[in-house]
Unconditional design. Structure first.
Length: 154
């Protein structure tokens, strides 16, 4: 599926968009409650809380778990795996691992000698936003109904 086809399907099925958006929001709300508390707290900053949360291997497993949950959802609805879903899953696993490694480097200040954007303290937050967008895309791919074949016959 091309990007143009994907956007066309999102426009044609707004219910899928809202289901996927709601799913991602609820998953973030229930799995990363500490980050939401840091946003509204005066004592904590979001970036420092994000870094301290993601240097633990538990957050790596949580991020991978979110992706694997979507893989199970997809396999329950579809018998064949399209290459777009396989690449999306691989990208999600790579992003999860990259977030974990970058936060570990930031914690030990080993990232400061790297090239930009790897030397940027908040690069892992950008990767996390990309991961959330990817989770949205995968969830929409799970929720899309089977396309209706159109013929030229009248």
């Amino acid at each position: 599926m091309t990007i143009k086809q994907y956007i066309s399907r999102l426009k044609a099925d707004p219910k899928t968009t809202w289901i996927a958006f709601s799913w991602v929001c609820f998953m973030i709300f229930f799995t990363y409650t500490d980050l939401l508390v840091a946003i509204v707290s005066k004592d904590m900053t979001f970036a420092s809380e994000f870094q301290s949360l993601h240097i633990r291997s538990v957050s790596l497993f949580v991020n991978i778990g979110l992706i694997i949950m979507l893989l199970f959802d997809y396999s329950a609805k579809n018998t064949n795996f399209h290459k777009s879903i396989v690449w999306s899953i691989m990208a999600g696993l790579l992003l999860s691992l990259s977030i974990y490694i970058h936060c570990g480097k930031v914690a030990t200040n080993a990232h400061s000698s790297l090239y930009f954007p790897l030397c940027w303290d908040d690069f892992s937050i950008l990767l996390f936003v990309i991961l959330l967008a990817l989770l949205f895309v995968i969830k929409t791919l799970v929720e899309f109904s089977a396309p209706i074949l159109v013929s030229d016959e009248r």
